[in-house]
Design a protein around this ligand. Structure first.
Ligand code: DC
Length: 227
């Protein structure tokens, strides 16, 4: 069971808002645990695809999510992700797997199956939890909740730059359409839709640098006496 005394900082927001980067920086700065909850949905989508399970077969997907055979092994610059014995880190970050994740994430059975696994990341000295429903559903009593957003154009541009750095030429309009489709699915689903928690600090990274976002979260952590 989750230890409610462990301080949790939740960072929710749409894909490409920079929340993953900020969450990783915060975890490294304070040596806290890091939960990348999107990775669990991505792993479930990937496992479903590997096993030929249809994305609307909720009962089978729930069982798959409950029994995900996954290991996170620390390496120099982060974590190595191993699904059923295979290294899947790079594959997991692709748009294709992101879309799979967003489809399985609409199913209440899948969300139920992943809930306890996510809550078990709350271990001393503290947890930075990155996702869509960290502040609203998974850690509703977190003392610091952040909702980080950015315009869809900015997020598509960032994604295009990331891909270009890897030598991949991606079409901007296609990326923008993918981002908007994913936003629509994540924000309008019936269960745990993406929205700011009532008491969340809302930040817009369209005009803030990652360092500025980081500083604002650190200020909030200090105000709450977490650091
Ligand atoms: O953060 P990400 O891009 O890795 O997330 C991939 C998908 O997983 C996202 O489109 C929606 C889903 N997701 C979710 O529903 N709830 C979370 N807490 C995290 C991710």
């Amino acid at each position: 069971m989750r230890n409610s005394k462990v301080p949790v900082v939740t960072i929710d927001g749409p894909s490409g808002s920079g929340k993953g980067t900020v969450a990783a920086l915060l975890a490294r700065e304070f040596d806290w645990q890091l939960l990348d909850s999107g990775a669990l949905y991505r792993l479930t989508g990937l496992a479903a695809s590997n096993h030929g399970v249809a994305f609307d077969d909720e009962a089978s997907l729930e069982v798959l999510a409950e029994h995900l055979d996954v290991q996170f092994e620390p390496i120099d610059d982060g974590l190595k992700t191993i699904l059923e014995g295979e290294e899947v880190g790079a594959l997991l970050r692709t748009e294709e797997v992101g879309a799979m994740a967003s489809q399985v994430a609409v199913l209440p059975g899948v969300r139920r199956a992943l809930l306890k696994r996510q809550q078990s990341f709350a271990c001393a000295p503290g947890l930075i939890a990155d996702g869509r429903d960290m502040g609203t559903v998974v850690f509703p009593d977190a003392p610091v909740k952040v909702y980080l957003t950015a315009s869809a154009d900015t997020r598509a541009k960032r994604r295009q730059n990331q891909l270009q750095e890897k030598g991949i030429d991606a079409n901007f309009d296609r990326l923008l359409a993918d981002i908007m489709a994913r936003d629509d699915r994540d924000m309008n689903r019936a269960v745990a839709p993406l929205k700011p928690a009532e008491n969340a600090i809302v930040l817009d990274s369209t005009r803030l640098s990652i360092q500025e976002v980081f500083n604002k979260v650190v200020d909030a952590m200090r105000q709450q006496g977490l650091i």
